[in-house]
Design a protein around this ligand. Sequence first.
Ligand code: ADP
Length: 634
Amino acid sequence: MSETATHNKETRGFQSEVKQLLHLMIHSLYSNKEIFLRELISNASDAADKLRFQALSAPELYQGNADLGVKLSFDTEANTLTIADNGIGMTREEVITHLGTIAKSGTAEFFSQLSQEQSKDSQLIGQFGVGFYSAFIVADSVTVRTRAATASEDQAVLWHSQGEGEYTIEDTQKASRGTEIILHMRDEGKEFLSEWRLREVIGKYSDHIGIPVSIQTTVRDEDGNETDQKQWEQINKAQALWTRSKSEISDEEYQEFYKHVAHDYSDPLTWSHNRVEGKNDYTSLLYIPAKAPWDLFNRDHKSGLKLYVQRVFIMDDAEQFMPSYLRFVRGLIDSNDLPLNVSREILQDNKVTQSLRSACTKRVLSMLEKLAKNSPEKYQAFWQEFGLVLKEGPAEDFANKEKLAGLLRFASTHNDNNEQTVALADYVERMKEGQDKIYYLTADSYLAAKNSPHLEQFKAKGIEVILMFDRIDEYVMNYLTEFGGKAFQSITKAGLDLSQFDDEGEKAQQQETEQEFKSVVERTQSYLGDRVKEVRTTFKLANTPAVVVTDDFEMGTQMAKLLEAAGQAAPKVNYIFELNPNHSLVKQMADEADEVQFGRWVELLLGQAMLAERGSLDDPSLFLGSVNALLVNR
Ligand code: ADP
């Protein structure tokens, strides 16, 4: 091949992320090198799916050959393994984008997170999806010959690379449609140039693939001796996994299939496979991954199921079948009711889509319920990875609110740690006699929540409080009003009333103190004017002199912070200032006759309360000045 100029040959550099991926992959995945076969066979099968789909409207793309399949052959002298398919193929432009760049945003950030710790990196790279590039785990050079289904014989493309910084691309001839990948093996890859090894690995990775995967084998004579003749031998069942009956499918097969559909490297946490007949006729196979993908919270994260109609692959990432809060679910749906020419637009507002979506949603939620019930440890692992996404549920899915509430997990004062392990059902079961509300507190962090002065009376009375410190929690609580017939009550709201747990003697004592303290409240109110909504006495504190709370239907601190973070002008929160008349600082303030000095006391206590509640002050110098003056005038 010396006619470079006539073949339009060019040398191009890989995008820098590809270089990083190649480097890391070769160094962290060598212990699991056989996965390159899974990735390449998976790509070949996807290419067949795409061709079949396009041929629905353009049957001429088959060019007279609709028998789709993948063929593997090897040559021990040349040291090569060839994986050939007759799928959709690629044009020159497609080769350049698909085999030279990684077209996912956030990739650079992803790589910058990787450490040099190889065990961890192999996990992360797996989540990222190694795909085609995994060929370089076993090969020191890779050649791709490909002809798009739309291209003619002399419009084929030859790609070649040694997996270092660059690759070459040129025009070539190819007699038939599809892609041929030729791996020139490193020493570590030579084990795959063997019939039995290929048979073993392909058997494992391709049974669920819907098209035949064959290897070239040597024909043996009647005595079992090798002859010079070769034959193609189909290795897999070539029946799409989801079309088989559940009882015939092993866990390993489900797991392998997951890796194929999800382009994931690790096993899924759990799955659910169902064939449904009746009003809607469909099969669904839904998986919950074990690990969150690296880009779950990226705006352009691709979510959704693979859509098949009557066994024919229609599209990837059909997000219409899952609500956004379940965007981590992988798998497929195969419908017999949708038309074969269905498009994303048609799916948008289609009755079948809607009912499949609601059925799939229910299916996932009950799969999660089952997981929580039968393997709490696995559910906890799920929560760790996807809890934040599931928390978007109550706001998005009114119909399944109660179910979703049951799946949420929180930290609480019951456990002395920040792990989110408490289910609302556990909380309700532990409720005190006479308690009719689920008490919760939202804060910036676990520590802020745990040490909040609002908790003091709950500790004293032995009442459990749910501690929330994820950013989304305040938002979630706008949508969750009750669980199991018990209303939620924020403990930083003015409506909080625990008097039912006080004894009569205590109540009488409190009324008396409140009466005595009335003038101090009035003095404080007149000093503060409209800086607070109200000043009042509280008996819910033990070691804290004062707190601020908000009215039940007013915006709270965390909500205000959320809005601010979302770019809105800092909203004004109308705080109610509550004083603890039994605290010695408050008593000193009450005894202060001098109005100027009294004002300083108010600044000190209000400032403290605001710091505990919000972590910041509107006017720090006023606070500091008052504190200093108080100390000097002691
Ligand atoms: P992924 O499969 O996750 O998209 P890969 O790196 O494996 O990532 O492949 C990148 C792209 O290259 C594929 O999405 C596909 O468009 C194209 N490709 C890879 N292998 C083939 C093939 N055998 N036939 C046609 N296109 C292919």
